[in-house]
Design a protein around this ligand. Structure first.
Ligand code: C2O
Ligand code: CU
Length: 480
């Protein structure tokens, strides 16, 4: 193993295996203006946020967003934005029932927010465009994680019309909510944050001019980029012991790229999605992960000692024909999976039953809303911060029928509430799960059911292709 892969492996392990007490240094305590604040290069990769609280069931952390110079691609230095100096930002690891306090310090030259993608928390702390944090300002996000919310989430900025560029510059991080009685506890974990980016020859982040040809393609396709990153690294190595089973939590943090994950010649067990574990593991050959979705997989180390394989992304045609990239039908390697020399002697027992997910009863639904997804529009409208598009009643159960009327996929995300999928093009969903984003493939219809529980306020729903979202493919649901 080379030094580079060894270091990375240690970083991966540190990010996932160590508990919350792992140190994340906060060496910058300045409040000066951003222009003087491009700190020295620091190693990218996930770290765990340090809990500053001694109180029981309380996690208190500080997240600073600021411009940084770091090495994103080999041999080049790049000025981007980072949370606590890292791309991806550090992992926030908490337990169900924990009270979470995040001291957010915006040291960017522009307004931002932190949106806790997928969490069911009070509206004032959702970090939506309705609650911007001005350049140089601070804001405390305070929320408590409900029972049953254990799962893999992520956090990212969400300023009005400016989400895509801030995420492209490096602002995104992972969040794991744990259950003290996790049915899979004891199984080693790996966290895999997928993103992509594009660079100019001088190493700077290439965000295309909207008037340019590339800008036009990005506007249609979403900004899908040449360089794919796993935890901020290009094609890193993960090791596994022959016979071992690993739990992989995978986050798609890219602006537009949809991954179709596979390990050639081997099946995986799909055990969870956006809102945590399924009721039972499902065996799959490959799995589609649209942007902003998360999955949990059990990867079985079926290879021989000393051998190696890869995690790939297989072709997935989300595109309209005019802007489909030329190489869309070529598989790409994401990471190397290397088998150690020492097999595990004891076989790992995977529970057949993970948890109960009670169905939201469709007969309880008080209304059905219909959303038509066009190219950049929802129900023919562009987002307007001064308009409420839909109003709902707190506690109501609703069915949402989301129809994609155009020739490319749009991943639809609802803030604040996890939902269940009823059917896709009339085909009943084969098993239940909790979701906050659902990819609606071209010319198809998905029906979901949601309970507008606990939290009133104005909630966004939108396409999670960031270029579409920023363009205004978003609406507002006001719950009272
Ligand atoms: Cu992940 Cu409204 O966003
Ligand atoms: Cu879209």
């Amino acid at each position: 193993m080379t030094r580079r892969t060894l270091r990375l492996h240690v970083a991966l392990l540190a990010a996932v295996v160590s508990p919350v007490l792992h140190a994340e240094s906060q060496e910058h305590s300045h409040t000066a203006s951003v222009s003087e604040v491009i700190p020295v290069e620091r190693a990218p990769g996930p770290a765990v946020l340090r809990n500053e609280s001694r109180a029981p069931h309380t996690v208190e952390v500080t997240i600073t967003a600021e411009p940084v110079r770091l090495s994103m691609i080999p041999g080049k230095s790049t000025v981007g934005y980072a949370y606590n100096g890292r791309v991806p930002g550090p992992l926030l690891e908490v337990y169900e029932g924990d009270k979470v306090i995040v001291h957010f310090r915006n040291r960017l030259p522009e307004a931002s927010t932190i949106h806790w993608h997928g969490l069911h928390i009070p509206n004032a702390f959702d970090g939506s465009p309705f609650h911007p944090v001005a350049a140089g300002a601070d804001f405390d996000y305070v929320f408590t994680l409900q029972k049953g919310s254990a799962g893999t989430y992520w956090y990212h900025p969400h300023p009005d019309h400016n989400t895509g560029s801030q995420i492209a510059r490096g602002l995104f991080g992972s969040l794991i909510v744990r259950d003290r009685n996790d049915p899979l506890r004891g199984i080693p974990e790996k966290l895999i944050v997928l993103s992509d980016n594009r660079f100019r020859p001088d190493g700077s982040i290439d965000i295309a001019d909207p008037e340019s040809m590339q800008g036009g393609i990005d506007f249609e396709n979403g900004r899908e980029c040449s360089h794919i990153f796993v935890n901020g690294q290009i094609e890193p190595t993960i090791t596994i012991r022959p016979g071992e089973v690993q739990r992989w939590r995978v986050i798609n943090a890219s602006a537009a790229r949809v991954f179709r994950l596979a390990i050639p010649g081997q099946t995986m067990l799909h055990v969870g999605s956006d809102g945590g574990l399924f009721e039972h593991p499902v065996e799959v050959n490959d799995i589609v992960l649209a942007n902003s979705e998360r999955i949990e997989l059990l990867v079985k180390g079926t290879g021989a000692p000393g051998s190696a394989t890869v995690l790939q992304t297989l072709p997935y045609d989300r595109y309209s024909p005019q802007t489909r990239p030329q190489d869309w039908d070529k598989p790409r390697d994401l990471l190397k999976l290397r088998y150690t020399a020492w097999p595990l002697s004891r076989p790992v027992v995977i529970p057949a039953s993970l948890r109960a997910i009670p169905a939201i009863d469709t007969s309880l639904a008080v209304r059905t809303r219909v959303f038509a997804l066009g190219q950049g529009f929802i129900n023919g409208k562009l987002h307007d911060m001064n308009r409420v598009d839909e109003t709902g009643k707190l506690g109501d159960v609703e069915i949402w029928e989301i129809e994609n009327i155009v020739g490319m996929d749009h991943p639809f995300h609802l803030h604040g509430f996890q939902f269940q999928v009823i059917d896709r093009d009339g085909k009943p969903e084969p098993f239940r799960s909790w979701k906050d984003t659902i990819n609606v493939p071209k010319h198809s219809t998905v029906r979901i059911i949601v309970r507008l529980a606990d939290f009133a306020g104005k909630w966004m729903y939108h396409c999670h292709i960031l270029d579409h979202e920023d363009h205004g493919m978003m609406g507002v649901l006001e719950v009272n």
